[in-house]
Design a protein around this ligand. Structure first.
Ligand SMILES: NC(=O)c1ccc[n+]([C@@H]2O[C@H](COP(=O)([O-])OP(=O)(O)OC[C@H]3O[C@@H](n4cnc5c(N)ncnc54)[C@H](OP(=O)(O)O)[C@@H]3O)[C@@H](O)[C@H]2O)c1
Length: 190
């Protein structure tokens, strides 16, 4: 059973900060829209064979999402946790939310499902750290926010030996903050 290829999506400020006290330190609606669109975007050639994308996240990231957006719609939500169980999500079907005990269990569930198009790793820190160690990561969608914020959670450094930047958007400005959408791709093996 082949494990899925993975994509990471993250927004980080100067110093790679991604969160503070269980929430995002900034409010950027267009950036959130980008997250929503990118993580739902499907490959044309897989529209017939796959149903949707999957998102893998840590328990605290799930908790940080406002209730009205949970579970993230049109995506299979896999929550890594050893304190929550499936019973905590009785009102949702396992088709919407699945609680798994480890990141590798999430990958196995997605492989077994067989109808998942893209798999997105959406944080937080421990999940990103674990994913970044794997050769399964193909793309990193990285929103670079050009400002400093107090943060208590960080994104790991992107290894330039393994990843190259293939796209950088023009500068966006929202709520007096400048940011750009970057895309990194795994370098092909020499
Ligand atoms: N800027 C961004 O793009 C972005 C993206 C995502 C999150 N965030 C921010 O990051 C913060 C949340 O991230 P976080 O790093 O604190 O927490 P997190 O990774 O989302 O959640 C941590 C929890 O997930 C479970 N977990 C994580 N790794 C695991 C592993 N390898 N094996 C088993 N369980 C594991 C554990 O849950 P149990 O304790 O239940 O066992 C752990 O306590 C928030 O501030 C959020 O807003 C920012």
């Amino acid at each position: 059973m082949a494990l899925p290829k993975l994509n990471i999506i993250v927004a980080a400020c100067k110093g790679n900060g991604i969160g503070n006290q269980g929430r995002l330190p900034w409010f950027l609606p267009a950036e959130m829209r980008y997250f929503r669109e990118v993580t739902q975007e499907r490959r044309e050639e897989l529209l017939n064979t796959c149903e949707r994308n999957a998102v893998i996240m840590g328990r605290k990231t799930y908790e940080s999402i406002p209730d009205r957006f949970k579970p993230l719609k049109n995506r299979w939500n896999l929550i890594v946790s050893n304190t929550l169980t499936q019973d905590d999500f009785k009102e949702h079907s396992t088709d919407q939310i699945v609680v798994v005990k480890s990141f590798s269990e999430a990958l196995e569930r997605i492989a077994k499902n067989g109808k998942i198009d893209k798999t997105w790793v959406i944080g937080g820190n421990g999940i990103y750290q674990e994913a970044m160690k794997l050769p399964l990561i193909e793309y990193i969608y990285f929103t670079r926010i050009d400002a400093e914020f107090a943060c208590d959670v960080f994104f790991p450094e992107i290894d330039n030996n393994c990843f190259e930047k293939i796209r950088e958007s023009e500068e966006h400005n929202e709520n007096n903050l400048n940011y750009r959408f970057l895309i990194y791709k795994r370098k092909s093996e020499k």
